[in-house]
Design a protein around this ligand. Structure first.
Ligand code: PLP
Length: 403
């Protein structure tokens, strides 16, 4: 892979921060966007801005075609069996809220949902919100010292009150790649549907929802080199058809009177209001970028960086890495001694290195490790060994100041 050529496609990588070249290692939070995606957004605003699915006029038809082409692009990207199973949302968070609110409306007092200790708040809080109508119990899957799921304990959590299992494909803190196919098969053997939070998998790993056999799969464009404000919910058609709408409004209806409304067919039943059609259409270009570079090449490059930097980090006195799973993506969370993650993050920023600090929207996991937060460096296709080295020297310099 020609990293320099790839880097040239990302204008932001040429900027400086505090007079230093930007070293962007916060890709788990959001990744940067190549020029072709940005150009497409500008082109669409200048050339094809018209509301989708509403007009007979030319512009509206062009905009609708672009959105529906993207839907088919996404369908093939994750190997869904039909475009009707692809619902556009604002992001992973909205996708999970949609499933919790709509599918979850059938849950009753005493029903149980299985989550893992490593979930992002986006895959915890929407299920808790169901407690407004039913006394839902949340059962939690534990992890071993490497940050891997305890599969036997997971298996033991199922009982006749279990109504849902929801877990991340890849942890945004530990980097652990969960055995989602096996976990799905276990849930299905108990007749329990599965939601996979794929926010951290879709930028790095080939997703095949039919192979995983999950019932729902959620992810965000902005973590996949794409625009902000766009997410995807994949849902198994049979379940989506049974589910009530999530929001009401334009686009999601067939016929409305003051007495009664009939709803549109899939996928529009779940897409009330004007979608973010420009960013949805431009998301196609991000998928083009990923497919042109190749997910296998992206994964191999990031794995190489992970292998390169891990021993160098481990060699820093007092540094502890959280998450050393056998199957791990290039996300490294750590602390050094009793130095506050925020202090270290601030100093790294002064040296031009963008890392994330804090609880990473995973407070139960922070509680598990007994820390308020961690520093997290996460890598993408455009990161280099030189940047990994720069992170190591920036940490060493910061530690000299902090110690
Ligand atoms: N799930 C995981 C594992 C994440 O890492 C994130 C974001 O960091 C989300 C869900 C939420 O994604 P979004 O903010 O794009 O909705």
């Amino acid at each position: 892979m020609q990293i320099e050529k790839i880097r040239e496609e990302f204008p932001i990588l040429a900027r400086e921060v505090h007079g230093k070249p930007l070293i962007y290692l916060d890709n788990t939070a959001t990744s940067q966007t190549p020029r072709e995606v940005v150009d497409e957004i500008v082109r669409l605003y200048e050339h094809t801005k018209a509301n989708v699915h509403r007009g007979v006029h030319r512009l509206s038809q062009e905009a609708t075609d672009l959105q529906e082409t993207t839907r088919r692009r996404v369908q093939s990207f994750i190997n869904a069996s039909s475009p009707e199973e692809i619902i556009f949302t604002r992001g992973t968070t909205e996708a999970i809220n949609l499933v919790a609110a709509s599918f979850g409306s059938r849950f009753r007092d005493g029903d149980e949902i299985i989550l893992t200790i490593m979930e992002h708040h986006a895959n915890i809080v929407p299920w808790q919100l169901l407690r407004r109508h039913a006394d839902i119990k949340i059962r939690v899957v534990e992890i071993n010292e490497n940050g891997e799921i305890n599969i036997e304990q997971y298996r033991s959590l199922f009982n006749d009150r279990t109504v849902m299992a929801a877990f991340c494909h890849v942890s945004n803190v530990l980097g652990t790649i969960n055995p989602v196919k096996e976990m799905t098969a276990i849930a299905h053997s108990h007749g329990v549907p599965v939601l996979v939070d794929g926010a951290q998998a879709s930028p790095h790993i080939k997703i095949d929802v039919q192979d995983i056999d999950c019932d729902f799969y959620a992810f965000s464009s902005h973590k996949m080199y794409g625009p902000t404000g766009v997410g995807v919910l994949y849902g198994r058609r049979r379940l989506l058809e049974e589910m009530p709408p999530y929001q009401g409004g334009g686009e999601m209806i067939k016929h409305v009177t003051f007495e009664h409304t009939t709803f549109a067919d899939l996928p529009f039943k779940f897409e009330a209001g004007t979608p973010d059609f420009i960013d949805i259409a431009a998301f196609s270009k991000a998928l083009d970028f990923i497919e042109r570079v190749g997910l296998e090449a992206i994964e191999a490059h990031e794995e190489e960086l992970l292998q390169y930097i891990t021993p160098k980090l481990e060699a820093i006195e007092g540094l502890r890495i959280y998450g050393t799973a056998h199957d791990k993506s290039a996300v490294i969370s750590f602390n050094v001694g009793d130095i506050h993650n925020y202090d270290l993050g601030m100093l790294l920023d002064q040296l031009g290195v963008a890392v994330r600090t804090g609880h990473h929207c995973a407070q139960p996991l922070m509680a598990h490790f007994g820390v308020p937060g961690m520093v997290r460096a996460s890598f993408a296709v455009y990161n280099t060994r030189e940047e990994a080295d720069a992170l190591i020297s920036a940490i060493n310099r910061s530690l000299q100041i902090l110690r």
